[in-house]
Design a protein around this ligand. Structure first.
Ligand SMILES: [Fe+2]
Length: 203
């Protein structure tokens, strides 16, 4: 495969977070690298089908299955990059009042407190997936979304501004499965509000 078209795993320097151990992060980075690898592998496999310029009828079942899995692997890769990218050991607290993010939160939810209640509520939903605060690039409005697995529930064209992994692998070495709220508190102790602010579009 042309290396220009393959994805490389990014490196995140996150050791020393509050309430999310380095052991958890090391394991999580390895899982993330698996998504990068699978995204490249699936892309390569699909390209093989196209090499003769067409998708033959007998290739269709295998081609279809690989293509369906692309959404899982791609979102697994990209969402982890957003997630690690919005954490820092210097993070936490509330976003500064003068941030465009804070203003968009107030415009969309009325108050930061209400926005956070919703985001945390989404994060506590039963099931395997993600809590994401998205921004609509057309009007700047923020909305919080539940994503099942990695790919079910993403809104086309919206920009993720805050992304929280709530798969159990994100916290199982540090907390019990039933202690997801403690992990969510830990997540908020490490949020890099500057990284969030850099994602916000000025609409
Ligand atoms: Fe994860």
């Amino acid at each position: 495969m042309n290396t220009m078209t393959s994805y490389q795993a990014k490196h995140f320097n996150l050791s020393g977070l509050t309430g999310i151990s380095d052991q958890t992060l090391d394991m999580h980075f390895k899982l993330y690298e698996g998504y990068v690898k699978e995204t490249n592998r699936l892309t390569e496999k699909i390209a093989e089908f196209l090499q003769d310029g067409q998708v033959d009828q007998d290739e269709m079942p295998a081609y279809s299955e690989l293509t369906r899995r692309l959404g899982f692997e791609y979102n697994g890769m990209v969402l982890h990059e957003y997630y690690f990218g919005n954490l820092t050991k210097q993070g936490g607290g509330e976003p500064p009042r003068n941030f465009a993010f804070y203003k968009a939160v107030e415009a969309s939810f009325g108050s930061y407190r209400l926005w956070k209640t919703d985001f945390v509520g989404v994060g506590k939903m039963r099931g395997v997936g993600w809590a994401i605060c998205n921004q609509n690039p057309l009007n700047g409005r923020l909305s919080n979304h539940w994503i099942t697995l990695h790919e079910v529930g993403n809104v086309a064209g919206f920009t993720p501004v805050l992304v929280m992994d709530v798969w159990e692998h994100a916290f199982l070495l540090d907390y019990k499965p039933a202690e997801r709220p403690k992990y969510i508190d830990a997540f908020f102790s490490n949020v890099d509000w500057t990284a969030v602010e850099e994602r916000v579009l000025h609409v």
